[in-house]
Design a protein around this ligand. Structure first.
Ligand SMILES: *Cc1c(COP(=O)(O)O)cnc(C)c1O
Length: 362
C-alpha cells in the first residue's frame, strides 16, 4: 500500500480498511433478497443518522445530484424560492433554481457568517409566495455551521418548505431533521459517511410531499415518486451502485455501533482540537461560526497558499484550498468521518514544520 497518505479534504475523505474490504466482495444482483436486505438496513440506518421517521432515498450521484433533485421535485416553473447565499454551495442552489426557471431570491450573507433568523423572517415576509427556503447545515467553502434549528422554527410557521444541504455537516454537526422542522434533508457519501463519492441521500417530510404532488418541473431519473413507491419493497427504480451500498451498510453499522450522538461528539472534540492547535501556532480562523466538519484557516499575508498546500502534499498531507473568492486566502482542514485524531496530530505537526521552514513569523 506504500506510505500512509493523509487526505484531510472536505470530500472525499479517507475510507477505513473495513469498508474497503466490504466493497471488495464479488458483485451481487440487485433484484435479490440479499440486496434488498442491504437496502433495508441502509434506509433504517440513514433514518437514525438523519433523525427522521421519513424514508431516506438514495441516488447514484454525488451530492449535487440530490441538490438538483430537491429543486426539480418540489418546484414549478415561475415559482419563487429563497436561497441563503454565504458561500460556494449557497451559490450552487441559486444556479440550479435559475437553470430550471425558478426565481431564486438570495439572502446574501458575509462569507464566514451564518444567516440571522431575523433576515430569514424578513425575506419570507417580502416574498410571501416563496415555496421553499434553501440553506446549508455546513457551508463547506467557509467551514461555517448554520443555525438550522432556529430557521426551521420560522419556516414551520409558513407555507414554505425548508430544504437543507447537510452534505458535509451530517454526522459531524448536530442535526435533527424531524424536531427541527426540516422538510428536505440532503446527504452525500464522501464526507462523514466514510465511503467513496457516488451516493447522495434525500429525506422528505409530509409538507414537502404536498409540493412534490404539484411540481411540474421536468424530471425522470431523480423522480422522488419512482423511488418512494419502491421503498416498501427495499427496491430501486434503476440499477443501484451496489458496491457503494455494501460499503455504506458497513459504514452505517460502524456509526451506529459508536452511537450517532457519540459520533457527532467525537467530531466536535476533533474540531476543537484542530482550532486550538492552529490558534496556538498563531494562525487565525476564518469562520465566525466554525463547523465540526472542517476548519478554515486564514493564510498569513506573506504566504503563497498554493505553495503551502504543495509543500504539505509532498509530505503526504493534503489540505484543501479556498474556493471562489476565498482562493488563495484560506486553506481548509477536514476532520470528519474516517479522519482520526492521530491523523490530525500528524498533519498539524507537518503544517508547523512547513511554516517553520518557510520562516513564517506568526
Ligand atoms: C461536498 C458538498 C456538496 C456536494 O458536492 P458534490 O461534489 O456534488 O458531491 C454539496 N454541498 C456541500 C455543502 C458540500 O460540502
Amino acid at each position: 500500500m506504500g506510505e500512509k497518505r493523509y487526505l484531510l479534504t472536505p470530500g472525499p475523505t479517507p475510507v477505513p480498511d473495513e469498508i474497503i474490504k466490504a466493497m471488495a466482495q464479488p458483485i451481487i444482483h440487485h433484484r435479490t433478497p440479499q440486496y434488498r436486505d442491504i437496502a433495508k438496513t441502509v434506509n433504517e440506518g440513514l433514518k437514525k443518522i438523519f433523525k427522521t421517521d421519513n424514508n431516506v432515498l438514495t441516488f447514484t450521484s454525488s451530492g449535487t445530484g440530490a441538490m438538483e433533485a430537491s429543486v426539480i421535485n418540489t418546484l414549478s416553473r415561475g415559482d419563487t424560492a429563497i436561497v441563503v447565499r454565504g458561500g460556494k454551495f449557497g451559490e450552487r442552489f441559486t444556479e440550479i433554481c435559475t437553470a430550471y426557471g425558478v426565481k431564486a431570491v438570495p439572502i446574501d450573507i458575509e462569507w464566514g457568517r451564518g444567516p440571522e433568523p431575523q433576515a430569514i423572517e424578513e425575506a419570507l415576509k417580502k416574498a410571501p409566495n416563496a415555496k421553499a427556503l434553501f440553506m446549508q447545515l455546513c457551508e463547506t467553502s467557509t467551514a461555517t455551521v448554520y443555525d438550522v434549528k432556529s430557521i426551521g422554527n420560522i419556516t414551520g410557521k409558513t407555507g414554505a418548505i425548508l430544504i437543507v444541504d447537510a452534505i458535509s455537516g451530517l454526522g459531524a454537526d448536530e442535526f435533527n431533521m424531524d424536531t427541527w422542522g426540516v422538510d428536505i434533508a440532503i446527504g452525500g457519501s464522501q464526507k462523514a459517511f466514510m465511503i467513496p463519492p457516488g451516493l447522495s441521500f434525500t429525506a422528505i417530510s409530509k409538507k414537502a410531499w404536498n409540493l412534490v404532488r404539484q411540481s411540474n418541473l421536468p424530471k425522470y431519473y431523480y423522480d422522488f415518486n419512482k423511488y418512494e413507491r419502491l421503498m416498501e419493497k427495499s427496491d430501486s427504480p434503476w440499477t443501484p451502485a451496489i458496491t457503494l451500498m455494501i460499503g455504506l451498510e458497513k459504514a452505517i453499522s460502524m456509526i451506529l455501533e459508536e452511537g450517532v450522538d457519540k459520533f457527532v461528539e467525537r467530531h466536535k472534540l476533533d474540531a476543537e482540537f484542530v482550532r486550538k492547535t492552529v490558534k496556538d501556532m498563531g494562525l487565525e480562523l476564518f469562520s465566525k461560526f466554525p463547523s465540526n466538519a472542517v476548519t478554515a484557516v486564514k493564510v498569513p499575508k506573506d504566504i503563497d497558499t498554493s505553495k503551502l498546500i504543495k509543500s504539505l502534499k509532498s509530505e503526504g498531507v493534503t489540505f484543501a484550498g479556498g474556493q471562489g473568492e476565498l482562493k488563495g486566502k484560506i486553506f481548509r482542514i477536514a476532520h470528519m468521518g474516517g479522519i482520526a485524531r492521530k491523523d490530525l496530530e500528524h498533519a498539524l505537526a507537518k503544517l508547523k514544520e512547513v511554516l517553520k521552514k518557510e520562516d513564517v513569523k506568526l
